[in-house]
Design a protein. Structure first.
Length: 410
C-alpha cells in the first residue's frame, strides 16, 4: 500500500458509479472504493447516483471516500431517453463537468485526475484539458466482430455493427478525443485491440489492464472445492440476448453434439429471443435448451456454480463480467478468441476458439465443447485452475494496487 506521506489527492471521474451493481456502475464504484485504501479519493459522478451511494454508507462498511455530484439542468434530462440521446447527454455532461470542476478548484485542489467511466476511448473527457496530470481507463471500445460474422448476426445485427463502426470512426476523428489521449500520462487499455487503436491516435504510455474483477467478499464466498458434477453436463450462457453475444453460434455448435447428454441454459432477455428459440427448434435442440429469462445476480451465480461450462462466443466486448464470475465458480469458460476474453482466459483456465469466419468458428467451437465432454479429468483441472487464476489476478484489490502504483509514476 502507498505510504501516508505519498498519498495523493485524486479526482475520479465516474459518470457511472453505484454500489451493488455490475458493468460500468460497478467499475466506477469498485475502483473508487479500493483506491481509497491508497490515496485521498474524491469521486465526481451523476447526481442521480447520490441516493444509492448515501444509502450504502448508512448501512455498509465505512471507507474514506468523498463525492461530488453533478448533473445537467433538468430540461436536458430528456436527452437520457433512448440510447442515441443518452450518448448526447453523456457528451454534454462531460462538457459541463469541466466547468463544474474548474469552480471546485477554487476551494479544493487535486494532484491528478483519473477518468474511469464511461469506459470507452472514443468519447472525450474534457477534464483532460485541466492543468493536472490526467489518467484514463481502463477503456475499451476497440474491439470489432470480424466482418465475415456480420451477416450471421441477421439484418438488425449487421446494421448495428455498421452503425457502431461509423460511430467509432467519428469518435476517433473528434479533436477532443485526440487531445485527451495525447495529454493522458497513462492510458489503461482493456484489450489488445483497443491498445492498438490508442497507439494510432497518439496515446503514449499504454498499459493493458482488464476492466473486470471481483471484490474480496465474492472471492471468499466461493468454495475452493468444486461442487459435485452431475452425469448430465450443464452448459450455460449469460447475457443480454443480443447478436453480439454470439449465442446463435453456440446453438449451431451444439447441433452436432446431440449424441451427448447435456442441458444448455441461456440466461438473459433481449431482442434475439425469438430468433434463438427458432434456431433451437431448427437444430433439434428444443428439449436440451432452456431459456431462463433475466435472473437476479445471486441466482445467476448459483447457476454458474452448478454448471460445468460457460459458453461465451461473444463477438466483441471489452470486459466479460460473466467470464470471471464463471471462473470463480469453477465453471470452465469456452470463449471466442476475441475482445476481453483473451485477457481473462488462457489454455490453463479455459478454451479460446479462434474466430476467422462463422463456418470455421462453429466447427472449432463444437470440437472444443466435445473435447471437454470426452475428458472430464481435463474439465476438472481447468475448473480448479480457473478458480485459482481469478483469486490471484482478477481481484479489485490487485487492480487498485496496479492503478495506485501508476499514480506514483505519473
Amino acid at each position: 500500500m502507498t505510504t501516508a506521506a505519498r498519498r495523493k489527492k485524486v479526482l475520479l471521474s465516474a459518470y457511472a458509479c453505484e454500489p451493488n451493481r455490475g458493468s460500468e456502475p460497478g467499475v466506477g464504484w469498485q475502483l473508487a472504493w479500493h483506491l481509497a485504501a491508497h490515496h485521498e479519493v474524491t469521486v465526481l459522478t451523476r447526481a442521480n447516483n447520490r441516493a444509492a451511494i448515501e444509502e450504502y454508507f448508512r448501512t455498509g462498511p465505512a471507507v474514506s471516500l468523498e463525492f461530488l455530484y453533478y448533473d445537467l439542468p433538468a430540461p436536458l434530462l430528456r436527452f437520457k431517453q433512448g440510447p442515441r440521446w443518452a450518448r448526447a447527454y453523456y457528451f454534454l455532461w462531460q462538457l459541463g463537468a469541466y466547468f463544474f470542476v474548474r469552480k471546485v478548484f477554487s476551494t479544493q485542489d487535486f494532484d491528478l485526475i483519473h477518468h474511469i467511466t464511461f469506459a470507452k476511448y472514443w468519447t472525450p473527457s474534457f477534464l483532460a484539458l485541466l492543468p493536472r496530470p490526467f489518467v484514463l481507463g481502463p477503456v475499451g471500445g476497440g474491439e470489432s466482430a470480424p466482418f465475415s460474422f456480420w451477416w450471421s448476426c441477421g439484418v438488425r445485427g449487421f446494421l448495428f455493427e455498421l452503425a457502431r463502426a461509423g460511430a467509432r470512426q467519428l469518435g476517433e476523428w473528434d479533436p477532443f478525443v485526440r487531445v485527451m489521449l495525447r495529454r493522458a500520462r497513462i492510458v489503461f487499455a482493456a484489450t489488445p485491440e483497443t491498445a492498438v487503436r490508442l497507439k494510432k491516435l497518439g496515446a503514449r504510455n499504454i498499459q493493458l489492464l482488464s476492466q473486470v474483477a471481483l471484490p474480496a467478499k465474492e472471492l471468499a464466498h466461493i468454495p475452493r472445492a468444486l461442487p459435485p458434477r452431475n452425469q448430465k453436463l450443464v452448459l450455460v450462457s449469460v447475457g443480454q440476448l443480443l447478436h453480439l453475444k454470439g449465442f446463435h453460434l453456440a446453438l449451431q455448435a451444439l447441433a452436432s453434439l446431440r449424441e451427448y447428454d447435456f442441458e444448455y441454459r441461456i440466461i438473459g432477455s433481449g431482442p434475439e429471443l425469438q430468433r434463438l428459440q427458432m434456431l433451437a427448434r431448427q437444430f433439434g435442440l428444443q428439449d436440451r435448451v432452456t431459456f431462463c429469462g433475466a435472473l437476479p445476480r445471486a441466482t445467476v451465480l448459483q447457476e454458474l456454480q452448478r454448471a460445468d461450462m460457460l459458453l461465451h462466443p461473444a463477438l466483441h466486448e471489452s470486459g466479460g463480467w460473466v467470464v470471471v464470475e464463471a471462473m470463480n465458480a469453477g465453471c470452465v469458460p469456452v470463449c471466442a478468441e476475441l475482445g476481453g476474453s483473451v485477457v481473462l482466459v488462457n489454455s490453463y483456465t479455459g478454451v479460446l476458439v479462434p474466430a476467422h469466419d462463422p463456418l470455421q468458428f462453429v466447427g472449432e467451437f463444437s470440437q472444443a465443447i466435445e473435447g471437454l465432454f470426452m475428458e472430464p479429468a481435463r474439465l476438472a483441472r481447468l475448473a480448479q485452475a480457473a478458480q485459482s487464476e481469478i483469486k490471484q489476478h482478477f481481484s479489485w484489490t490487485q487492480t487498485a494496487d496496479i492503478v495506485a502504483q501508476s499514480y506514483d509514476a505519473s
